[in-house]
Design a protein. Structure first.
Length: 116
């Protein structure tokens, strides 16, 4: 399940550059390159003309919202993929260090045992 999820995230972010990922400030994540989140329009009820203008504004807001939210998801996925990659690299570096220490310790012990 984890491999499938990680692979799915990797596929979704394959076209997203790492440099487009968001940032965390004061424990709040924000996308860097999505612009401002569109403000929801107000429905005006004064007359038919203002109502129709409101409907037009809603349609434009929905389109802008889809673009904004797609951008947010792409940046979040890029961050998740980068975090997973870096964490895996650090874990692998630690494993290599542990294995080297084990090999060196075993070699030193064998050398000392042979000198008895």
């Amino acid at each position: 399940m984890i491999k499938r999820t990680f692979f799915s995230v990797l596929l979704m972010t394959a076209t997203v550059s790492v440099c487009t990922a968001g940032s965390i400030n004061n424990n709040v994540w924000s996308p860097n390159f999505c612009g401002n989140e569109p403000d929801a329009p107000v429905i005006k009820q004064d007359n038919i003309e203002t109502y129709n203008q409101s409907i037009k504004a809603i349609n434009e807001w929905q389109q802008a919202g889809v673009v904004y939210n797609t951008c947010v998801v792409n940046e979040a996925n890029a961050d998740n993929a980068l975090i997973a990659k870096i964490a895996n690299e650090k874990q692998n570096k630690f494993r290599v260090a542990v294995e080297k220490i084990k090999v060196d310790t075993d070699a030193a012990k064998a050398k000392l045992d042979n000198n008895k």
